[in-house]
Design a protein around this ligand. Structure first.
Ligand code: NAD
Length: 344
């Protein structure tokens, strides 16, 4: 569960899990582990060894959120996010980050976009490469060159890295509307030229049934605002995905509704809300638990291959919204204001 609103929203996701267990007659074993600030307080570090052991034992991780002002005085690498989340992603090879961005028609007023643009809803998934690219490429650093300070990063992608992430994207598109948009900067970057070549080859050899489009990143950021309803699945490298997924989150207008999945090989995944620990509202019982509950839905889809359970949870969320129930973050006049537990 982690820190801040993490334990509050996790309670509702676990209640959902318990309900699913009864409805679908499934069996599971659940272990809870310390992570983030909670782990620093009780074990002295953000990702204790016992937590890693529990994660190794498990088939997947349902993650709350970590961080908060209490731990911000620590050195960056010991803080909850850098000290727990990044090592978890690296340790378990979670190279694919899937972030659905959905505007439910009853929540259209929460989006900053004009009603005409989003009135029919928006439903897309951004597939972002998570463990390579410019954030990890070597060399990176800073040095003096002829008396001038210079800083540099390296953007590297290998063919297997591109194939792995793009295969997940193509497969995701195949399970949805069969439309994939690959975003790069192939007019300028060598790594993007390779990216595009690999995408095209995969498409021809393995996924000819998918409608494929290539967009440059600068154009993609514009189209996402202009015609978000035209996108189904978007695939991009680490940095472009970082930017585009936040832009997509913003157009939905409600961070408390957005789930995410970070996937590795063999269906191992970490599932968490796209937002953080929301220290400003923690402990008040007003956080929106839907992002955590929808993360559970993604867990069933990707780690346990149970699309039926995923859809059941997603439908329950839609029905609840249709009935007018709203936590404070998505409340508009005339709706029924509920707290975290009531929304759960
Ligand atoms: P945040 O997402 O926690 O909060 C941003 C805003 O969104 C706040 O106003 C918050 O109240 C609201 N919000 C977020 N989730 C909500 C929910 N479920 N219901 C209602 N409102 C919600 O981002 P921040 O303020 O930049 O970061 C707070 C802390 O979270 C920091 O310590 C940061 O490092 C950490 N963080 C953790 C993760 C993670 O665990 N994956 C991700 C991002 C930030």
């Amino acid at each position: 569960p982690g820190d801040g609103i993490g334990p509050e929203v996790m309670d509702e996701a676990l209640l959902t899990l318990e309900t699913i267990k009864m409805k679908f007659d499934i069996y599971y074993e659940l272990k809870t582990a310390l992570v983030g600030g909670a782990a620093i307080d009780q074990r002295g570090k953000a990702l204790p060894d016992e937590t890693i052991e529990i994660c190794k034992w498990a088939h997947c991780i349902l993650f709350g959120s970590v961080g908060g002002p209490k731990w911000e005085h620590l050195p960056p690498e010991e803080q909850p996010e850098r000290g727990a989340l990044l090592p978890l992603r690296k340790k378990f090879g979670l190279y694919a980050n899937l972030r659905p961005a959905i505007i439910y028609p009853p929540l259209a007023a929460a989006s900053p976009l004009k009603y005409e643009i989003i009135k029919n809803g928006v439903d897309m998934i951004i597939v972002r490469e998570l463990t390579s690219g410019i954030y990890f490429g070597q060399p990176k650093g800073r040095e003096e060159r002829n008396g001038v300070t210079v800083a540099f990063d390296t953007l590297t992608y290998s063919v297997p890295e591109i194939e792995k992430i793009c295969r997940i994207a193509f497969e995701t598109a195949r399970s949805r509307c069969k439309k994939l948009c690959s975003v790069d900067k192939a007019n300028v970057l060598a790594s993007s030229v390779l990216w595009r070549e690999v995408v095209n080859r995969l498409w021809q050899n393995e996924f000819p049934d998918i409608e494929l489009q290539h967009l440059y990143i600068d154009n993609a950021t514009m189209q996402l605002i202009r015609q978000p309803y035209n996108f189904d699945v978007i695939v991009c490298d680490n940095m472009f995905g970082d930017i585009l997924s936040d832009e997509a989150a913003m157009i939905t207008g409600s961070i408390g509704m957005l789930a995410s999945a970070s996937l590795g090989d063999n269906r191992f995944g970490l599932y968490e809300p796209s937002g953080g620990s929301a220290p400003d509202i923690a402990g008040k019982g007003i956080a929106n638990p839907i992002a955590q509950i929808l993360s559970l839905a993604l867990m069933f889809k990707y780690s346990f291959n149970r699309d039926d359970i995923c859809k059941c949870i997603q439908n329950a969320v839609k029905k609840t919204l249709d009935k007018g129930y709203r936590t404070k973050d998505i409340y508009t006049e005339g709706a029924i204001l509920v707290n975290t537990a009531e929304m759960g």
